[in-house]
Design a protein around this ligand. Structure first.
Ligand SMILES: [Zn+2]
Length: 518
């Protein structure tokens, strides 16, 4: 038995597969923030987007390729010249780039989607890999819907792709249909039947439709897979992708069994998870493995007793190994800029001197209102600043008169490029409805609210309220968030933020994306 554990490559697709799922779209600045956090986390490959899918995707991949250093930057392309050329155009400035080409191979996709026979599929795959290889050495090929492809044909496609120059062959369970032992047999078959399989890294990309993405990925690793595609918090199409934090900690905690290692700096797992939550507004359930709030909370008396005597009686991982700190560091009125900069960095943010100054000014105002400023408050302030940058409409003032049973009267003043516009209205189902309708009237943008939440960022009566909102504007979904110690103001800011994103042309029109993705 070998003594050195085998290195498994961690390929993160939070910015591609994750970002394309409803409620997770990010703007350019947010994507850059996440990409930098992924480098700090130690992921080997960052799939930054699908350049041909939209101008926004192209720009994000290009900016990440130009500025982010420390991980391989990857772009997705279908198996055709236009897609591959566009992917390379976005990637070409990265010192370490990978083109990821994909083509469906299952019978159902061949017949109904592509209308191509097996020979045509192989020919197209070879052409695609060769074209990509003309641009760079690092090429990944994915036979889409591999888990439902006939084993013989899958082996033939994989062999041809490796011969054409693919250095990684990824086996996606695109529809989340695989089970652990079935998926193991798919990987074993490839390992045994494909004569040139040793010339490429075998990768897996599992979806979580049956809640098995992590289990299937681990099963593949057990049978020789050398790369796992995954996302932070498991975000992704439908039920999501394999969760990075879970699969990494499973391999680490059970290294006795898997005998594998990764380059992941595990104490960055919780901060990275929180950064993504703060950016997308997509909360992680409390009992989520590894990064959920309750993941390390031992409430049962008998467990607590055991923990006090010897923690390993009930604890298989230490909270600090995944980045939970024992104490939430508290900042206050007298904390300086250096202390704030320190917390921002620990939370995963990379702020310029100017950005830090802006956040510091806001922090001082907040510290005057509330005695203790927690990490979550600091994160909320930074996110607030990131959102303000692009805002065309700003909230100058608002007033609410609401008496139980009577129609509310609200006044709103918005600033639009230095010009102030005010309006007073009466009516609506409560003060928030009235505020939202008044903002719609002033801005001339009308939307349908799909989701609306208010929750407290930290504990205590003086806690900041954070509001997240999702609106639909002619089929385009935009998110907004707002933070304030006044929850009505937080909700108003969130709504206005969503309107600003509509105005800025942000958000994903769900139908515009190519449907066939890995
Ligand atoms: Zn996927």
């Amino acid at each position: 038995m070998s003594t050195e554990p085998r290195r498994v490559v961690i390929f993160d697709t939070t910015l591609r597969d994750g970002e394309q799922s409803p409620g997770c779209s990010m703007n350019l600045e947010e994507k850059l923030e996440v990409a930098q956090a992924l480098v700090d986390l130690g992921v080997d490959v960052i799939e930054a987007g699908f350049p041909i899918a939209s101008p926004g995707d192209f720009e994000a991949v290009r900016e990440i390729a130009r500025t982010v250093r420390g991980s391989t930057i990857c772009g997705l392309a279908r198996c055709n010249e236009k897609d591959i050329d566009r992917a390379w155009e976005a990637l070409k400035d990265a010192p370490d780039a990978r083109i990821h080409v994909f083509l469906a191979t299952s019978a159902i996709h061949r017949e109904f989607k592509l209308r191509m026979d097996k020979d045509e599929i192989i020919a197209r795959a070879v052409e695609g890999v060769k074209r990509a290889k003309g641009y760079c050495d690092n090429i990944e090929f994915s036979p889409e819907d591999a888990a439902r492809t006939e084993p013989d044909f899958l082996s033939a496609v994989v062999e041809a792709a490796i011969d054409a120059g693919a250095t990684t062959v990824n086996i996606p369970d695109t529809v989340g249909y695989a089970t652990p032992s079935h998926f193991a047999s798919v990987i074993k078959t490839l390992m045994n039947r494909v004569p040139n399989i040793d010339r490429a890294v075998v990768s897996v990309h599992c979806h979580n439709d049956l809640g098995l993405a992590v289990a299937n990925s681990l099963s593949a690793v057990e049978h020789g897979a050398g790369q796992i595609e995954c996302t932070i918090n498991g975000i992704g199409e439908r039920a999501g992708n394999c969760s990075l934090e879970e699969v990494v900690m499973a391999m680490r905690t059970r290294s006795d069994y898997y005998h594998t290692t990764t380059r992941i700096n595990t104490p960055r797992l919780v901060p990275t998870s929180r950064l993504l939550t703060n950016i997308t507004g997509m909360q992680v359930q409390r009992n989520k493995a590894i990064v959920g709030r309750n993941a390390f909370a031992h409430e049962a008396g008998i467990h607590q007793d055991g923990m006090l005597k010897e923690r390993t009686t009930y604890e298989i991982m230490r909270p600090e190994d995944v980045g939970f700190t024992h104490t939430d560091l508290v900042l206050g009125k007298h904390s300086g800029r250096a202390a704030l900069a320190d917390r921002a960095k620990a939370l995963g943010y990379h702020l310029t001197g100017e950005q830090l100054q802006e956040v510091f000014d806001e922090f001082k105002k907040l510290a005057d209102k509330k005695k203790e400023v927690y990490d979550a408050d600091v994160a909320a302030l930074i996110e607030k600043r990131m959102n303000v940058v692009e805002d065309q409409w700003r909230l100058a003032a608002f007033e609410v008169h609401a008496v139980g049973g009577a129609e509310p009267t609200v006044s709103v003043t918005l600033d639009h490029g230095g010009e102030q516009l005010s309006r007073t209205t009466t009516g609506g189902d409560g003060p928030l409805d009235a505020l939202f309708r008044t903002i719609e009237e002033i801005t001339g943008v009308s939307v349908t609210v799909r989701d609306f939440r208010v929750h407290s960022v930290t504990r205590g009566k003086d806690a900041q309220g954070e509001s997240t909102i999702e609106v639909d504007h002619n089929g385009r979904i935009c998110r907004g968030r707002g933070v304030s110690t006044d929850t009505v103001e937080a909700a108003t800011l969130a709504f206005l933020n969503a309107i600003n994103r509509v105005v800025a042309g942000a958000g994903q029109p769900v139908e515009a994306r190519p449907h066939d993705v890995v």
